[in-house]
Structures are given as structure tokens and as C-alpha cells.
Design a protein around this ligand. Structure first.
Ligand code: NAD
Ligand code: AHE
Ligand code: ZN
Length: 369
């Protein structure tokens, strides 16, 4: 079948809106009609060419919601008409990671996903007879996409896709990092570095957890208003200080914060976040994704004196079992999604969504088909 898609033909190039061919779903696969998709910084990261797993030409996008159109052989957990969120972190329930109960990092389709192909090693997308690669197992920048059955969360059909698509990545990541990774407790102090969709979701979840002080850090002060609405208590722009921001945070808290979160993808800020953590027990969660070849560093003394460095992927959330419940929470207002949607537009304007993100003017742009 034909599908309108925004194709990344090469790194650093604007996406091109073309009509691609989509082959039918094979065994264990599902054809989805995407209705809405958010644009996450990770899409921009991969488009920039900095992603070691970036392959081109590809159809990016991984923060979507849609409806099942057709299922391949052997698919039993979803049927045409079901409402779904594609998952870049699958959940097969059978691999060593799923069975461990310790991690959401299912490996069922991860290796082929990282190469931009379906589990059988081939791609369902083509353009002028040439293959187009998949992205993060989702490719939500195509109106029709094929994903593995294990990469689909079935959700309440009453949910508003313009909002719950954000649970496909950004908001779930931030909320999960607070509750599953850091396990923030009532009264804990928190510092959040970077106030995009991820950082603001961390702020929202920190308030849910009844955190005490919630210190937010961003170079763009325009982000502070929404952070305040979500519960932030202290607002720091590193440009306003002539000393390292970790020193500012340690001085204003005594010994540092109980939990810090890096939501940018900058290895220097990752260090600052770690060094903002409380001596003896403070922990710092890396959420941001850094480019090929970049490494983190700090004085080992920072860890010797009790700080912990952690990381979080998709907020530690198991997509098929836990995401439907998060959709319900959003429908009940326990998770707020609407404030994240600062812009909506059609697929034809998708390059503007990337521009708005780079200019710091959006939190999330949601594309509708
Ligand atoms: P975004 O671009 O919307 O937000 C980033 C924010 O960081 C912006 O507000 C920007 O002003 C701020 N910022 C940039 N440099 C800064 C600096 N030096 N100091 C302080 N603030 C600074 O991005 P996003 O969509 O919220 O994504 C954030 C990061 O999280 C990205 O690296 C993305 O790839 C990553 N991510 C990771 C996961 C995961 O599962 N680990 C999931 C989603 C996104
Ligand atoms: N491809 C990159 C890694 C990218 C990365 O870390 N992705 C996050 C999700 S970002 C969503 O916006 C993640 O979940 N990672 C775990 C995984 O299995 O991909 C690289 O460095 O190769
Ligand atoms: Zn994302």
C-alpha cells in the first residue's frame, strides 16, 4: 500500500514528504495507521548524524498512537480496530530481561531494531523500489507503519491520541525515571537539568511523589513558567552565575540534592548533575542521549563519597503491561499531558517542528495525519 511519510534521506538534511510503499505485515507483525506522533529530541539527534545506530534513508518518529489495520500470521494480542501505542522498548515476556523482573530492556527485537530492519532482517518500507529503513521499531513519521507485535501496547480506545502519543516516549520516560529508577520519596530534594518534554515530565512526577524542593536548571528561561506550573520551586539559569552550577546547587541545599536528573544529552551537564547530588547518598539519573564518541567523567572521589550514577531508558517502564495503565491515569487526570503540547501541525510542516525544538520555542509538537 501507499503511505505519506517524512523520509530522512541523509544526516543533517530536512525530511522530505513523499509517498512510500508499505509491504503487508509478516509473521508476528502488525500494520498500524498512525493518527498522531510527537517529535522528540531523539529524532533530531538521529537526524543530526550523531547516533551510532543512525541509518539512512529512514522513517524516523517513535512517539505515536494509532489504530491496528491488519495483523500478520500468528498475531493474537491485537486485532484490526484496536488502539495502540508503538513501543521502542518491546516487551516479549520471555527473554532473560523480561523474566528477570529487574529491567524493561527486552531484547526480543532490539538487535534488528538497531539496524533499522524488522526481525526477519528486511524492511517493509520502500521508495522508488529502494528500501527505506525503520527507526526504533516504530517509524511513526509514516501514516502507515509496520511494527512487531511485541512492540505494541493496546490502549483504551477512548483515549485522546493527540495527548497519549506523548506516553510513547517523553512523558513516560520522565515519569518512569522518577518512580521506577530514582524512586523519589516524600520530602526528597530533586534537581532537574533540561526542561524539554522529558525534564518537565520529571518535574511533574517529582511533585506526584511529594518531593520537597524541586530545583530546575535550563539555559532558556522561557521554560521556567511551565516548570513552575508542574511544581518546580527553584529556577536556575547557569548563565546567571559565574561559578559551576553544581556549586550553586550544593551551596543552596547544604550538601546537594537527593536526586538529580540529566534530561539534555550533554556530557558536561551529566557531570554537573552527578556533582549536585548529596554526599553520602545522592543519586543522579542520566536520561539524555549523548552523541557517538562522547564519554562521561568525574572525580572518582564523587562516587567514593557515596553518590550513585544511574541511567534510565523509557523510564524503566514495561510497555505492554504498564503503559495501558498510564493511559488510564492520563484519562483520569492523574498524569497531565495537555500542557506539553505547545504546537500541533500536519505532516507537511514537520520540519518546522524540528526548527521550533532547536529554537527552544516548543515543548512538544504533535503531528497529525
Ligand atoms: P528538548 O530539546 O525538548 O529539551 C532539552 C532542554 O535542555 C531544553 O529546554 C534546552 O533549553 C535545555 N538545555 C540544553 N542545553 C542545556 C544546558 N547546557 N544547560 C541547561 N539546559 C540546557 O529535549 P527532550 O525531547 O526533552 O529530550 C531530552 C533528552 O532526553 C535528549 O537527549 C533525548 O534524546 C533524551 N531522551 C532519552 C530518553 C530515554 O529513554 N533515556 C527518552 C526520551 C528522550
Ligand atoms: N542509538 C543510541 C542510543 C539511543 C538511546 O539511548 N535511546 C534511548 C531512548 S531515547 C528515546 O527518545 C533508549 O531507550 N535506549 C535503550 C535502547 O535499548 O535503545 C546509541 O547510542 O546507539
Ligand atoms: Zn523519544
Amino acid at each position: 500500500m501507499k503511505s505519506r511519510a517524512a523520509v530522512a534521506f541523509g544526516p543533517g538534511q530536512p525530511l522530505q514528504i513523499v509517498e512510500v510503499d508499505v509491504a503487508p505485515p509478516k509473521k508476528g507483525e502488525v500494520l498500524i495507521k498512525i493518527s498522531h506522533t510527537g517529535v522528540c529530541h531523539t529524532d533530531a539527534f538521529t537526524l543530526s548524524g550523531d547516533d551510532p545506530e543512525g541509518v539512512f534513508p529512514a522513517i524516523l518518529g517513535h512517539e505515536g498512537a494509532g489504530v491496528v489495520v491488519e495483523v500478520g500470521e500468528g498475531v493474537t494480542s491485537v486485532k484490526p480496530g484496536d488502539h495502540v501505542i508503538p513501543l521502542y522498548t518491546a516487551e516479549c515476556g520471555e527473554c532473560v530481561f523480561c523474566k528477570s523482573g529487574k529491567s524493561n530492556l527486552c531484547i526480543a527485537v532490539r538487535e534488528t531494531q538497531g539496524r533499522g530492519v524488522m526481525p526477519d532482517g528486511t524492511t517493509r518500507f520502500s521508495y522508488n523500489g529502494q528500501p527505506i529503513y525503520h527507526y526504533m521499531g516504530c517509524s511513526t513519521f509514516s501514516e502507515y507503519t509496520v511494527v512487531a507485535e511485541v512492540s505494541l501496547a493496546k490502549i483504551n480506545p477512548e483515549a485522546n491520541h493527540e495527548h497519549v502519543c506523548l506516553l510513547g516516549c517523553g512523558v513516560t520516560t520522565g515519569i518512569g525515571a522518577v518512580h521506577n529508577t530514582a524512586k523519589v520519596q516524600e520530602g526528597d530534594s530533586v534537581a532537574v537539568f533540561g526542561l524539554g518534554g522529558i525534564g518537565l515530565a520529571v518535574v511533574q512526577a517529582a511533585r506526584q511523589a511529594k518531593a520537597g524542593r524541586i530545583i530546575v536548571v535550563d539555559m532558556n528561561p522561557d521554560k521556567f513558567a511551565l516548570a513552575k506550573e508542574f511544581g518546580a520551586t527553584d529556577f536556575l539559569n547557569p548563565k546567571d552565575y559565574d561559578k559551576p552550577i553544581q556549586q550553586v546547587i550544593v551551596e543552596m541545599t547544604g550538601w546537594g540534592v537527593d536526586h538529580s536528573f540529566e534530561c539534555i544529552g550533554n556530557v558536561n551537564v551529566m557531570r554537573a548533575a552527578l556533582e549536585s547530588a548529596h554526599r553520602g547518598w545522592g543519586q543522579s539519573v542520566i536520561i539524555g542521549v549523548a552523541g557517538a564518541g562522547q564519554e562521561i567523567s568525574t572525580r572518582p572521589f564523587q562516587l567514593v563519597t557515596g553518590r550513585k550514577w544511574l541511567g534510565s531508558a523509557f523510564g524503566g517502564v514495561k510497555g505492554r503491561t504498564q503503559l495501558p495503565g498510564m493511559v488510564e491515569d492520563a484519562m483520569k487526570g492523574k498524569i497531565q499531558l495537555e500542557p506539553f503540547v505547545t504546537h500541533t501541525m500536519g505532516l507537511d510542516q514537520i520540519n518546522e517542528a524540528f526548527d521550533l525544538m532547536h529554537e527552544g520555542k516548543s515543548i512538544r509538537t504533535v503531528i497529525h495525519y
